[in-house]
Design a protein around this ligand. Structure first.
Ligand code: ADP
Length: 177
């Protein structure tokens, strides 16, 4: 495989658009014959990190394990797309340093917008007190200070967000399309 590996790390609130953008980017990369893998937080939590909860310790452990797998793939030339809330800055920094070839994509929309979308009905349940430690409601989200890419999904459409990610991949020399 004649490509450089990199991890695209999509972080942001629930409903901000991480899954939507990462899937669209993945589809486009696949159509250009790049070797990719997706690590989606919701799916990872059903297998790789099954049993972990939402305390800071468990959230960090979740991210550490995702980072471990992303690192293995990245060093073997895969373009890895991680979408996980990953609310804590310090652990994001830790996986960034470990992986090296790392692009942080801040998928950003105001809480009110994410809550208004309520894609999975989780905000409603969090407001009702049925879910505790929900990021943005009663658990913190530490926004990236210097993300390589920021997608303002309340202000731009999906194509614009996807293009921003592609432009960064091109600028940094990971793809040549
Ligand atoms: P997350 O993975 O961050 O929890 P999702 O991708 O599951 O978020 O949901 C985001 C929702 O926002 C989807 O319903 C998507 O259609 C919508 N949306 C609106 N505008 C955008 C945009 N520019 N980029 C991504 N998603 C958007």
């Amino acid at each position: 495989m004649n490509q450089r590996g990199v991890t695209l790390w999509f972080t942001g609130l629930s409903g901000a658009g991480k899954t939507t953008i990462s899937r669209a980017v993945a589809e486009k990369l696949r159509s250009l014959n790049y070797g990719i893998e997706i690590l989606d937080g919701d799916i990872v939590r059903q297998n790789l990190t099954k049993g972990l909860g939402f305390s800071k310790e468990d959230r960090d452990e979740n991210i550490r394990r995702i980072g471990f797998v992303a690192h293995l793939l990245t060093r073997n030339g895969v373009i890895v797309l991680v979408s996980a809330i990953s609310p804590y800055r310090e652990i994001r920094q830790e996986v960034r340093e470990k992986i090296g070839n790392f692009i942080e994509v801040f998928v950003n929309a105001p809480l009110e917008v994410c809550e208004g979308r309520d894609v999975k009905g989780l905000y409603k349940r969090a407001r009702a007190g049925e879910i505790k430690r929900f990021t943005g409601i009663d658990d913190p989200y530490e926004a990236p200070l210097k993300p390589e890419v920021e997608c303002r999904t309340d202000l731009e459409d999906l194509d614009e967000s996807v293009n921003k990610v592609f432009n960064k991949l091109t600028e940094l020399g990971y793809i040549s399309n």
